[in-house]
Each structure stands twice: as structure tokens, then as C-alpha cells.
Design a protein. Structure first.
Lengths: 646, 348
């Protein structure tokens, strides 16, 4: 269970060597920088490096332009990094100007088209009206506003009932009420303000619309078609402009992005008295290579110290595991990164996950096929899950060998067993006697896993001098003794041996329960606090602790029983394959192999997925929740931000 | 107890809804937009907000209307989850109480304002059917006494009537805010005590008490920066709910000389990683980051539905805050790096 040890590094050098240093650190790929603050360099006249990234503004402009122009920003090989910033600026300005002009034209046309479309909606509602618009709009004393009101605002309209206006809705969609309001000249400003506050979107009936609504509709439709044609033309001009400039734009973008990312690494640098300072961590074993490379730069000093030398800087976590365990780091990282005070739970996860998956999904043929699928996932798609699938596939195959199951053929391996001197398969899953054994065995595995997890928590608690955690908590010594005693009692009842006597009950059950109950005050005493106060009163403390204790006891039972699913899935796998074979025997001889193949694939995918998720759930909830907090910081060595470049 | 079959279904639903949240790249895209309509177009076509924005015309949408629609989207999520929870889950009403309090505070703030449209415009229309008093009547209130009259049949009346001065004149806004928030946290914590036990109660208490504590810290910081109120007056501004700061530290904050000293105290408290004096952005940002991280932790790891619900609503509120900040930033052509610095993402 390894977390790589680190060295704290202080780098100091003349300011003119900063770029060289950053580049070397980036090339070495093992330096994790920490943000440097004035407090980090107490005593020095510290100032932050105030270099403004000269590429930031240009890059930002290019990203905005690309977004507007629909250019997908991709990283590719940089053919020539000697970029002239002025040249790029001029190109971007010209491209931007031409694009924005066309975009403005398009926006204006789009707005007109929308206006016309909205006006048409209004006019269609007024088709039956034989009044001329000229009459409506030429009225000297009345103001008329067509538009739409959000439905949410319509509810607020009631507040203004006493105001001088009439609102006539004539259509409603899921979000808006379409209508018109009338008011007098005198109140026009006030009423317009009201509707503006209610987010009324005004639809302007164009000035050139005259006559009755029907005449207006005809006119607007013609206008609408004209605008749409113009819009298409401008759209084509934009597309041509973009396609003509795209290649050059992308080439410049890659270069600017690259230079900008390199420059951004300066945020880790502090400056005092004309010297720059950097603080960070490197993994143990890199000291020689790192210091030799950097010390080759004139005037640079590199100080290496133990990782806990300066409490202000928390060392990052780099997990170090062997080839078998390494892929399972993915599951650990999904939950959180262990800090340097914790242990790396990856090996524990790898063993438990592989074993449980194999037990729950035991089939020689399907297991080997799963391993092959995992290998292909990694080989062609570089999927992180691939190597895990390969490992658990082998585990599945191993347990399949014990259960005597190959693609659901339950007796295909009988000759092998006979040759080895067995009378039949070692474990007959569907045998009535075996079922009980499997379920009890599953609970037994669960109890063992829970106890190991508690043990890890106790060790960590002592290591961190946290007595609450190590002794008094449900996942501490008290919990372990209580759980162990109850398990022994249950085991005694099953085997007919009496283990529980008054002394064992008092020491193994009552005492741990009392310790858990008084965890809070006992923890304070252990921390050396003299005064124990109950913030919400003694009554509240007792009530809360009682219910918590109740929950603790219940959760021990529930968590142990949770492992019943391990046994359940062994049976479910055998059951599902039995269904496949029953169906295959019901169809014709020709279709039978097809049913068996499809059935196998179906069971493999469905059950493989469910078992994978269930085991992960057991890991996260029954194991990790007992000892793993995942509050570490991942080790991220300094490098040019290629992800951002991409 | 909420842990029924339906609550498990809500748990799954919450996780599914959270899966639709805006990602880092969405915020980046939005910050790079050149106008509010462009933001609206992106939200409409690329994010889960598209559902409430479907009928919106990007070129015409008003910023206020857009923000109200975003708020509606979150309220619809809330309503859906509460609908699944059934009638038994009275606790979920905490969200509406908070909205009501927000509207009352706004009404008191705007007393004497000649333009009632400002208040009406700010009232989320989608809440009108869910609140316990006639919100719109608050718009016409010209005095604190009139506000009280509107609230007469609600629990807020008793809370606020104690603040009324002899002539029925307006009470000071910070005192009103304090009294209402105090009422809110008392009510919510009482509901927690009544309905939950064990880990659930502990998790919920932590989330609400931390928020209360952050409100106190934020108010004190702002008051120290802008006014020279005496510690005696400031004592009244503190919400006494135990979060992560011990009582003596809160006392130190109350007695601090100025905002810089408050920051210094916080930089050495349980919140130290959020109050680095050298990287301090603004107090609401730090408070938001604390809430974000706490809610994210509980949404990821808690196995309890109610905790997940509260955590999810906190994260949704923060998402809306982030969006509104970006929309404002785009509208006023703010520098992208400035917008990025204000984005609450749990970083410190």
C-alpha cells in the first residue's frame, strides 16, 4: 500500500534564468509546484511576478472568434513555432473585422426575420378583423403595443389592475402569452415601464404595413421571403470567409496557445530582490537527476528537504503500485486521493475486487472471454477499465473452474475432474446443501472484510494520534471488539457452543457500547481538554447518542448482511444460464446454438455489469467509508498544459 | 422517516439531475460569448436549461427574463423532486421558506422606493402559487408597518413586529435580515430535530449551521469594511448556530478592528484554506466555495436522500449564481480572467 515519498524542493535563481528553469522543470516531468505566497518566504521582501501574459488577450480573442465562427479548436503538430505576434494580431484583426461585419448583417436580418415571423403570428390572430392598421396606429390618443408576455409575468399583471391600460391576450404557448395592450398617450410611459418590468417582448408591426390584417399578412410574407433569401446569401458569405481562413487561423491558434500555456507556468513563481523563488515536490529517487539538471543553469540553487520540513506545504500524493494492482488506482481515485497521512488502499481494493468478482461471476468460458475483451479495450481504445476487466476475467475463469461451469455448460469439465481423481465438480452451486454454505460463506467474507477495514482504521487512528478514531468510534477498537464478540456469539449459536457468558458480554458488548455512546466526551478527555461541556444539554446528548448508537448497531447488521448479495449472484448466474439452456431446448436444433451464443453474450454483459457495480458499491460503502477519507492532493508535475492546448 | 422506497427513487433522480449540471467547458464557452443573446442561445441549445428556454427568442430576451427563467428551471427540479417525495416530506418546504424570506427582505429594502416595478420585476412569477402570503401586495408598501400588515397571518409577523420602532417606522435592514434568517434557521433546525436522527440529522445540521455561520461571517466582514459599528451592535448580527468556528473565534471577529483583521482571524481558523489573504477574491466567493465543497461532498458520499436533496439544491443555486455572474460579465464586457476568478467551483 504505497504512497510515494516526496522531497520538498526550494529553487532560487536570477530572474533572467526563469524561462530556462521552467522549461527544464517541464522537461523533467517530476516537479509538482506549490503556490508561493509572501508567507512562504518570510523575511524576504517578496513580490509576486507581475508579468502579464502577452498572449492571453490575443488567445482569448481568438477563442471568442472561433466560437462565433464555428471553428473547432483542435491541437495538431506545430510546424513552426517562430510566430510573429504582430503578424497574428493583424491577421486576427482583419479576419475578425470581416467576420463581425457579416455577422452583424446576419444578426440584423435574423432579427428582422424573427420580427416578421412574430408579426405574422399576431396578424393571423387578427385575420378576421376588418379594421385597417392605419386606423389603429393613426389614433392620436391611444398607444397600441403588440407583443408577448412570459406566463410567469402574467401572474404579476394582476397587481397593476388599477392602471390605465387594457391587455388582450389572443394566443398562448407553453411559455408566453401573445397579446396587445392599449393605453393613452398620457400614461404611455408609465405603462410601457410596467410591461418592460414584466419582460414584455414587443413585436413591432412594421411601418410599411397598411390596410386590413389580410393585406398586411400578404405584404409581410413577401417581405419575410426576401429577408430569408438575403439571410441565406450572407450565411454563404460567412461560410466562405471561414473556410478560406480556417487553416491559417488554426495554425496561429496552436502556436499562440502553446506560448500562452508556457507563460502561465510563471504563476508558481515569487520574486524578491531580483531573484525568483519556486517551491514544490519531487518524488524520491529523482533528486540526483533533478538537481544536476537544474544546477547546470548558471546561478541556480536547488535545496532538497524532507517532505514534512515545512508544514505550510502539503505534499501531493503519487500512488506507487505493482503491475497487477495499478489499474485499480482508477477506482480509488474515483472516491478520492489518499493524503500522505493515509495509506494507499489500492492493493486491498485490487485483491478484494478481483476475488469478489470471480466468486460472484464464476464461469471459465465467460471469464476468459471477458479477459480477452478487457485486453482489446486497452489495446485499441486505451480504456482504463480494460486492464481491470482482464484481471477480473481471469478470476472469474478460476472460480468457473471450481464451479465446473463453461459458458453455462455445467458438465463440460467433468472429464477433467475425473482425470484429477474427483468424483465430480468441487462446488455444485445449485445443490440444496451448497446454497446454505454459499450464503453463510458470503456473510463470512463480508464480516472478514469489515473487520480488516476497521483494523486499518484503527492503525491509521493511532498513527495520527486520533484516539476518537482509533478507540472510541464504531470503526475503532470499541467497534471491532463489539462486532467480533457478536460474531463469535452468532458462530457459537450456529455450532451449538456457548461462547457468551456474563464476563464476555460485559467486556465484549456492554463496554464497547458504552465507549461508543460516550465517544464525544471521551475523545475530548483524550485530547487533554479538562472541561467537558455538552453544547445542546445533557438530555439532548443522551437522546442523540442513543439514536446514533441504535444506528451503529443496525448498520453493523445491515452492512454484514449486505454481503449476502455475493452468494446471491453465484446462484443468479447459474440460474440465468439455466434459463438460457431451457430456452435453447425449446427451439429447433438449428436455432439452439444461436440461442446459446446470444444468451451467453446477454448474461455476460448484463451480469458482468451488475456484478462489477455491486462489488464497487461494496468497496465504497462497506470498506472505504470505514477508513478512507480521500482528502489528498494528486501529484501533478509541471508541464506545458497540453490538455488546454488541445 | 424519509427513507422509504420513494426516497430511494428520489435519490436516483437527484443523481440523474446532477448529471446534467454545467461542466467546466460550458462555463468557458459562455465566458467567451460576446453578448447576452449568445449566452442565451448556448444555454438553450447545449445545456439542460434548454427545456425552459425552448420558446425564448435569443435576440430579444431581456437579461432579467433570462435570469428568471434560469431560476424557474431550478424551481421545476425542486417541484419534481418534492412531487416524488409525496406529502409526508414536510421538511422540503425549507426551500420555499428561504424564498419567502428573500422576497420579504427585498420588500423591506425597497420601502420608500417610488417605483414598485423594481420589486414586482424581481419577484419570481413561478413562486406566486407556492408562497404563504400575497407577495405582490408588498410592492405597494410605503412603510414597515404596511409590510407587517401584509404578513399578519404568517409566522414572519411575530418575528418582525418586535423590530418595529415606536412610530411604526422602518427597522434597520441588517436587523430585519438577521431576525428573518434567525427565524429560518430555528425553523429548519427544529424540523431536522423532529424528523431526523443520527447521521442524517448530523449531516443536515452541518450543512445548515455552516451556511448560517457563513452568513454571520459575511455580514460582519461587510460591516467592518463599510461601517464602524460597535462590537455591541455587531453582537446582534451574529446567528448563533454552531458551525466550524468556536464561539471565542466568532467573538474575536466581532471585536476585530477592521475587515483585514477579520480576514486574518479566518486565515487561521478551520476555514483557513478558503481565506488566504494573498489570494482573497471577495467574501461571497470564499463563502460560496465552502458551501460548494460541503454540498459536493455530501452529494457524492452521503447515502441519505434528504442530505443529497439539500446538497443538490445548494449546488443548483451556486450554478445559477455562476451563470448570473457570467451573464453580467458578458453584458458589461468584463475581462474573461475576472469572470473566471469569480466562478465558484470549489477551488480555493
Amino acid at each position: 500500500m504505497a504512497i510515494e515519498k516526496m522531497d520538498l524542493v526550494n529553487i532560487k535563481g536570477p530572474l533572467n534564468k526563469l524561462d530556462d528553469t521552467i522549461l527544464k522543470c517541464s522537461d523533467l516531468g517530476c516537479f509538482h509546484p506549490k503556490n508561493i505566497t509572501p508567507a512562504s518566504l518570510a523575511g524576504s521582501k517578496f513580490e509576486e511576478l507581475e508579468y502579464k501574459n502577452p498572449y492571453q488577450k490575443l488567445l482569448s480573442r481568438m477563442v471568442t472568434l472561433a466560437g462565433d465562427a464555428g471553428i473547432e479548436l483542435k491541437y495538431g503538430d506545430i510546424e513552426n513555432l517562430v510566430v510573429d505576434r504582430q503578424e497574428v494580431k493583424a491577421f486576427v484583426s482583419e479576419f475578425s473585422e470581416r467576420f463581425l461585419t457579416l455577422q452583424a448583417q446576419r444578426g440584423e436580418l435574423q432579427k428582422n426575420i424573427e420580427q416578421h415571423r412574430n408579426a405574422l403570428i399576431h396578424l393571423r390572430h387578427l385575420e378576421g378583423m376588418e379594421v385597417s392598421f392605419d386606423k389603429i396606429f393613426s389614433n392620436q390618443y391611444i398607444k397600441v403595443r403588440f407583443g408577448r408576455l412570459p406566463l410567469d409575468s402574467n401572474r404579476k399583471l394582476s397587481y397593476y389592475n388599477h392602471k390605465m391600460f387594457f391587455f388582450f391576450p389572443f394566443d398562448k404557448d407553453e411559455s408566453y402569452l401573445w397579446g396587445v395592450y392599449f393605453t393613452t398617450n398620457e400614461y404611455a410611459q408609465e405603462v410601457d415601464d410596467i410591461f418592460s418590468a414584466l419582460f414584455f417582448e414587443r413585436v413591432r408591426i412594421p411601418d410599411y404595413v397598411h390596410g386590413t390584417p389580410q393585406l398586411a399578412i400578404d405584404l409581410l410574407e413577401t417581405q419575410y421571403k426576401d429577408e430569408t433569401q438575403k439571410f441565406d446569401t450572407v450565411q454563404k458569405q460567412i461560410e466562405t470567409l471561414v473556410s478560406e481562413n480556417k487553416a491559417r487561423f488554426l495554425d496561429y491558434y496552436r502556436q499562440v496557445r502553446f506560448l500562452c500555456s508556457t507563460f502561465d507556468l510563471r504563476k508558481y513563481v515569487g520574486v524578491a530582490n531580483g531573484m525568483f523563488y519556486m517551491v514544490g515536490f519531487i518524488p524520491k529517487g529523482n533528486e540526483k537527476r533533478f538537481s544536476e539538471t537544474l544546477r547546470a543553469i548558471d546561478g541556480l540553487t536547488v535545496d532538497l528537504m524532507p517532505e514534512d520540513n515545512d508544514k505550510r506545504f502539503q505534499a501531493p500524493t503519487k500512488l506507487k503500485n505493482n503491475w497487477f494492482v495499478r489499474p485499480f488506482e482508477m477506482f480509488v481515485k474515483m472516491y478520492g486521493i489518499p493524503s500522505h497521512k493515509d495509506i494507499d488502499p489500492t492493493p486491498y481494493v485490487a485483491i478484494v475486487y478481483t476475488l469478489l468478482f470471480g466468486v460472484m461471476f464464476g464461469d471459465l468460458g465467460q471469464g476468459l472471454l471477458l479477459s480477452l475483451a478487457g485486453a482489446l479495450m486497452w489495446r485499441f481504445k486505451k480504456m482504463e477499465l480494460g486492464p481491470i476487466v482482464t484481471r477480473i476475467g481471469f478470476s472469474s475463469a478460476f472460480f468457473g473452474l471450481l464451479y465446473g461451469s463453461v459458458f453455462g455448460f455445467e458438465h463440460a469439465l467433468d472429464p477433467l475432474y475425473h482425470a484429477l481423481g474427483f468424483s465430480g465438480k468441487p462446488i455444485e452451486v445449485m445443490d440444496a446443501g451448497t446454497i446454505n454454505m454459499l450464503l453463510i460463506g458470503a456473510v463470512g467474507i463480508g464480516a472478514l472484510i469489515i473487520m480488516v477495514s476497521i483494523l486499518i482504521n484503527i492503525v491509521l487512528g493511532f498513527k495520527q494520534h486520533d484516539m476518537d478514531r482509533a478507540i472510541f468510534s464504531q470503526n475503532g477498537l470499541a467497534g471491532l471488539v463489539f462486532y467480533g464478540t457478536v460474531l463469535c456469539g452468532v458462530l457459537g449459536m450456529l455450532t451449538g457452543t456457548s461462547v457468551l457468558n456474563p464476563v464476555v458480554i460485559a467486556l465484549g458488548i456492554v463496554l464497547p457500547i458504552l465507549l461508543i455512546f460516550f465517544k464525544e466526551p471521551l475523545g475530548k478527555l483524550a485530547r487533554g481538554e479538562r472541561k467537558i461541556s455538552f453544547e445542546s444539554g445533557v438530555g439532548s446528548f443522551i437522546a442523540e447518542s442513543f439514536f446514533e448508537l441504535f444506528e451503529v448497531v443496525l448498520s453493523f447488521v445491515a452492512n454484514t448482511m449486505s454481503f449476502l448479495r455475493v452468494g446471491g449472484f453465484i446462484l443468479s448466474h447459474a440460474g440465468m444460464m439455466a434459463v438460457v439452456f431451457t430456452i435453447s431446448s425449446m427451439v429447433s436444433a438449428g436455432a439452439s446454438p444461436v440461442v446459446i451464443v446470444i444468451g451467453n453474450l446477454f448474461v455476460m454483459c448484463l451480469e458482468g455489469l451488475i456484478v462489477g457495480i455491486q462489488v464497487l458499491r461494496l468497496q465504497f460503502y462497506e470498506m472505504f467509508s470505514r477508513f478512507f477519507s480521500g482528502e489528498g492532493e494528486p501529484f501533478e508535475p509541471i508541464s506545458v498544459d497540453m490538455a488546454a492546448v488541445q | 422517516m424519509l427513507d422509504s422506497m420513494s426516497s430511494k427513487a428520489i435519490f436516483t433522480k437527484i443523481k440523474a439531475m446532477y448529471g446534467h449540471r454545467l461542466r467546466e467547458e460550458d462555463f468557458e464557452q459562455l465566458m467567451h460569448k460576446s453578448s447576452v443573446p449568445a449566452c442565451a442561445a448556448y444555454l438553450k441549445s447545449q445545456t439542460w436549461y434548454g427545456e425552459v428556454l425552448r420558446d425564448v427568442q435569443e435576440t430579444q430576451i431581456h437579461r432579467g427574463a433570462l435570469e428568471e427563467l434560469l431560476g424557474r428551471a431550478v424551481f421545476e427540479q425542486y417541484s419534481r423532486l418534492v412531487h416524488y417525495a409525496g406529502k409526508g416530506n414536510r421538511f422540503y418546504r425549507y426551500y420555499l421558506i428561504k424564498q419567502e424570506i428573500g422576497m420579504i427582505i427585498n420588500a423591506v429594502r425597497l420601502i420608500g422606493n417610488d417605483d414598485p416595478n423594481e420589486f414586482v420585476s424581481a419577484v419570481p412569477g413561478y413562486l406566486l402559487g407556492s408562497v404563504s402570503f400575497d407577495v405582490l401586495s408588498l410592492a405597494a408598501c410605503k412603510s414597515f408597518a404596511e409590510v407587517l400588515e401584509v404578513l399578519r397571518r404568517t409566522p414572519y409577523y411575530k418575528v418582525l413586529s418586535e423590530l418595529q420602532s415606536g412610530d411604526g417606522g422602518p427597522a434597520s435592514l441588517p436587523l430585519v435580515e438577521h431576525a428573518l434568517y434567525d427565524h429560518y434557521y430555528k425553523t429548519v433546525l427544529a424540523m431536522i430535530d423532529q424528523q431526523f436522527r443520527g447521521k442524517t440529522a448530523e449531516e443536515l445540521r452541518e450543512m445548515f449551521c455552516t451556511k448560517a455561520e457563513l452568513i454571520s461571517v459575511t455580514s460582519l466582514f461587510r460591516l467592518k469594511r463599510s461601517f464602524a459599528d460597535s462590537p455591541l451592535q455587531l453582537h446582534e448580527m451574529v446567528l448563533r448556530y454552531k458551525g466550524r468556528l468556536p464561539g471565542r473565534l466568532m467573538e474575536q471577529i466581532v471585536n476585530a478592528q477592521d475587515a483585514a483583521e477579520v480576514l486574518d482571524i479566518l486565515a487561521h481558523s478551520a476555514y483557513s484554506r478558503y481565506f488566504d489573504k494573498d489570494n482573497f477574491v471577495y467574501i461571497e466567493y470564499s463563502a460560496g466555495s465552502i458551501r460548494y465543497n460541503l454540498a459536493k461532498k455530501y452529494l457524492t458520499f452521503s447515502q441519505n436522500t434528504t442530505t443529497a436533496f439539500v446538497a443538490f439544491m445548494v449546488l443548483q443555486e451556486i450554478e445559477i449564481e455562476n451563470l448570473i455572474n457570467i451573464i453580467e460579465g458578458v453584458r458589461y464586457k468584463q475581462d474573461i480572467s475576472q469572470m473566471r476568478a469569480l466562478l465558484i467551483r470549489g477551488g480555493v
